[in-house]
Design a protein around this ligand. Structure first.
Ligand code: SAH
Length: 503
């Protein structure tokens, strides 16, 4: 950073797929104080800039666009005020992006700047449609043009139009009639192949192909919307064999993943690899210590009594929230009441010492006595995940045992949940996935019954297994579909099968 002044990073955001940001772009976003972004920028990228103020400076329905002068002025102001400013622009900032003008304004005012190039739509979008912009033996050159080069003030004379090679038109849909006519006038055959790619590299990518003389009709008939690119040339034919993006098994499928924690998720990346559009919905914050005395000295207990699958979940959520794991439980005996509870425990690679297959308090107490002698003076921990059987607690106390109830886990509603819920409804998921009981419970707590039901009317719920499904059913949400074996792969397969059937 220059002394006294700020620095502006003019960063290319890539064409839409958030994976197409450069490492340098991510790095400067992470350290940004403020981010000024355009309407072509995928807003998912803004999460890299978790500390920054975000200012939208693009055009959007109902909003007045800032003029380029306004934007330049804002850049200078912000640089002076806050220090690290990221100017995030779609694709590459210097390819039809007016990044050059912004850099000029900065240079003119003596403000330090850095250019972080981006992946331009003109190369990435055809690549995602299975079209290489050059190909040995077919096309040795490619020209990037704006639709404005074909009509209007910037119109190029006929003899300056390239006679051969691939042509890539940005902002070409409005100019499609002029593109076709003038290219044919300049000598290109009417049968030259063309492709129009709308929303390239995004989950809504759509590709239409035809010939040059049909270009305008195609745009109209297919109702092509911005942003879209027009590709002209022989390379379009490679799409027949190289199509890949639109062929993936979950292409165009919207999946909301209800998560119990933050950080990377195997399910999310698997779904994305298969072409799904994923909305991550975190439901749990690393929580602060609750009012109930936190448990530090696990070894001081003789028994932990787990009365339900929920209690097991709650115990492990408690550990996870404190960055601990099952090892702190060594030396403590575990009693899992009911087969399902024992199984839920076993799924976490922990074996119960007693597994009473009954819910009768007296029978359970008798089993505990036979395992560990008189209960007098023994210390019991009861995760209060759901209503602890009263009679069980009373029975323990009547026998002189010391009972500690653990305020196991109250879902801590993450900050900004309302915005998250609105985002979820806007996203309109085809599927909502649950991979843990606690995430399902917390999700219900965040949405509330009414909104959970409303979502269930539009989306299919899917749970990894009975444990995650149980709260959705018990709390009166929609019953989820479930794979026969509770693994992530099976869950993903299930969604794929559903989509295949619906195609
Ligand atoms: N600087 C950007 C281009 C900005 S001009 C870049 O390097 O990519 C805006 C035009 O880019 C749009 O009108 C459209 O023609 C093209 N474009 C940008 N993103 C696109 C996308 N995801 N799919 C198709 N075309 C896109």
């Amino acid at each position: 950073m220059t002394e006294g002044g700020g620095k502006v990073y003019i960063v290319g955001a890539g064409p839409g797929d958030p994976g197409l940001l450069t490492l340098r772009g991510k790095e400067v976003l992470e350290r940004a104080d403020v981010v000024l972004f355009d309407h072509l920028v995928n807003e998912a990228l803004l999460r890299h800039a978790s500390y920054a103020e975000k200012i939208f400076v693009g055009k959007r329905a109902g909003h007045h666009a800032l003029t380029q002068e306004d934007i330049n002025r804002l850049l200078l102001e912000q640089a002076a005020r806050v220090g690290r400013v990221v100017r995030l622009k779609g694709g590459d900032p210097f390819v039809f992006g007016r990044g050059g003008e912004e850099a000029e304004a900065l240079a003119g005012a003596g403000v330090a700047f850095e250019i972080v190039p981006g992946v331009t739509a003109g190369i990435a979008v055809p690549a995602y449609a299975g079209i290489p912009v050059t190909h040995r033996g077919v096309t040795p050159s490619v020209t990037f043009m704006s639709g404005r080069a074909m009509e209007g003030a910037d119109e190029l004379p006929l003899d300056e139009l390239p006679r051969s090679g691939t042509l890539v038109f940005y902002m070409g849909v409005k100019a499609s009639a002029a593109i076709a006519k003038r290219l044919m006038d300049s000598g290109r055959a009417a049968a030259t192949l063309v492709a129009i790619i709308e929303n390239g590299t995004r989950s809504a990518q759509r590709t239409v192909t035809g010939t040059l003389d049909s270009l305008e009709d195609l745009c109209e008939k297919e109702n092509i919307q911005s942003p879209a690119l027009v590709i002209v040339g022989d390379v379009v034919r490679f799409r027949e064999t190289l199509v890949w993006f639109e062929e993936r098994s979950l292409y165009g499928t919207r999946v909301a993943v209800i998560r119990a924690r933050r950080g990377p998720s195997v399910l999310v990346s698997t779904l994305r690899d298969l072409g799904a559009d994923v909305f991550e919905f975190p439901t749990v914050e690393a929580r602060s210590e609750g009012e109930g005395a936190p448990i530090h000295d696990w070894a001081s207990f003789d028994w932990i009594l787990l009365a339900s699958m929920n209690a097991v979940e709650a115990l492990f959520d408690y550990l996870r929230a404190r960055e601990q794991d099952a090892r702190v439980l060594h030396g403590v005996k575990l009693c899992a009441i009911g087969v399902k509870t024992a199984r839920t425990l076993a799924e976490r690679y922990v074996r119960a010492d007693a597994t009473p297959d009954t819910f009768e308090s007296e029978e359970i107490l008798a089993l505990l006595e036979s395992e560990s002698g008189p209960l007098k003076g023994q210390r019991f921990l009861l995760p209060r995940a759901d209503i602890v059987r009263h009679s069980l607690r009373e029975g323990l106390e009547a026998r002189g045992a010391e009972v500690t109830a653990m305020d196991a886990f109250h879902p801590e509603i993450p900050a900004g949940s309302e915005a998250l819920v609105n985002g979820l409804f806007d996203f309109a998921p085809d599927f909502v996935t649950f991979t843990s009981a606690s995430a399902a419970r917390n999700f219900h707590a965040i949405l509330g019954q009414e909104r959970a039901e409303a979502l269930g009317r539009k989306s299919l719920f899917a749970a990894i297994g009975p444990g995650a499904a149980e709260p959705t059913i018990r709390l009166g949400m929609k019953a989820p579909i479930m794979p026969s074996t509770p693994t992530l792969d099976e869950l993903v397969d299930l969604l794929v099968q559903f989509q295949r059937k619906n195609k």
